[in-house]
Design a protein around this ligand. Structure first.
Ligand code: NCD
Ligand code: ZN
Length: 349
């Protein structure tokens, strides 16, 4: 039975292990949302131009620290963007830095700002060997870009064609299969060796692909990997609430200006940072698994990244909260998940 209205739960503050913060005015608009809910976040490097070197990551990190609300202890965990020019020497420098925690692989053309990505992983073996040697995790956007593959099958086909062979070729490499959306992915990760993990977003736990077409095209429910059938959502929910440490929270909160989403060719990305924890709580509550929430947001990811567990705690109360129609983001508007609707949980510090 889902929790009764007014129920309160306390949990260790957690980490968002997959987050898009952007830069400039967008960074200033979105960072306070994440900093209010999470102690740390793995920050995606898909800026324009992408963050490809330790020097660029250090500069981006400084801009994030400067944009933090005053007194905020939020800590950005930086990543590098894997390009054909990423060498073993870059990996060694990243390893030696205290603040680069992973390298992100985007198949070129797969998603927002992925043009600088890698076409063929097989051409990157010496870089991947260095990552294995220096124990730097590879974060994978797991979708093929092959136009002949159905959009809804791109994750499953990537798994067979690329990811499974990769984990066999580099058995010591730590890999995060990011924002998984299918039961093929949950089964693969559960059955793979212990260095393979996955992040799961709140929106993939709460919505299936009908949400993209509810009464008309809903651009704010379009993200990549695209939402899948209900049977996949249920399997993701089962994985997230299973207590298996290979599955942990990564929101993939991806801010885009309203006019770029409500567009003849709308951008991919759902913004959830305003209410990520409340949305995860709603998903876990729906299957009576609130007791599994703390480990999913605050333990399993930290352990995978070999970080100390956070110590402060926060509280959530089951209570309806209205979500604004939009937030301002510089001169633009940002439409969040549930805009104009309600959350079922409220964060109380
Ligand atoms: C992300 C973005 O907007 O940067 N978009 C998305 O739909 N998830 C990129 C990504 O993680 O694929
Ligand atoms: Zn992402």
């Amino acid at each position: 039975m889902p929790a009764a209205p007014g129920t309160e739960i306390a949990l260790r503050i957690g980490d968002d292990m997959h987050l898009h913060l952007r830069d400039g005015a967008a960074l200033h608009a979105v960072l306070p949302h994440t900093a209010a809910q999470f102690q740390r976040a793995i920050v995606m490097p898909n800026l324009k131009p992408p963050v490809t070197t330790v020097v660029e990551a250090a500069a981006y990190r400084e801009r994030i620290l400067a944009a933090r609300p005053s007194e905020s202890p939020f800590e950005p965990l930086m990543t590098l963007y894997l390009t054909p020019a990423t060498t073993a020497a870059t990996i060694e420098k990243a390893h030696a830095s205290e603040f680069v925690h992973a390298v992100k692989f985007y198949p070129a053309g797969a998603t927002t700002n992925s043009d600088a990505g890698v076409v063929n992983l097989a051409s990157m073996y010496s870089t991947l060997e260095a990552m294995e040697k220096f124990d730097l995790p590879l974060l994978v956007h797991g979708e093929v870009v092959d136009a002949n593959v159905d959009v809804f099958d791109r994750e499953r086909v990537f798994l067979d064609r690329e990811l499974e062979p990769l984990t066999r070729r580099f058995p010591q490499l730590r890999v995060v299969f990011e924002h998984i959306t299918t039961h093929e992915a949950t089964d693969f990760v559960a059955g793979a060796h212990a260095r393979v993990a996955a992040t799961i977003t709140a929106h993939h736990l709460l919505m299936n692909r009908n949400a993209i077409f509810a009464g008309g095209v809903r651009p704010h429910h379009y993200c990549l990997p695209v939402l899948k059938r209900e049977e996949h959502r249920l399997r993701l929910l089962a994985a997230a609430t299973s207590g298996n440490p290979k599955f942990f929270a990564g929101t993939d909160s991806a801010p885009h200006a309203r006019h770029t989403k409500e567009n003849a060719c709308g951008c991919a990305g759902i913004y959830t940072a305003h209410a990520a924890l409340e949305l995860y709580a709603e998903a876990f509550d729906s299957v009576d698994a609130l007791d599994k929430l703390e480990a999913f947001v605050a333990e399993f990811g930290a352990r995978f990244y070999r970080l100390p567990l956070n110590t402060s705690r926060l509280r959530l109360r089951k209570e309806a909260v209205a979500v604004p129609q939009s937030f301002s983001m510089g001169d633009d508007a940002l439409v969040p998940m549930r805009a104009g609707g309600a959350l079922t949980w409220r964060m109380v510090r």
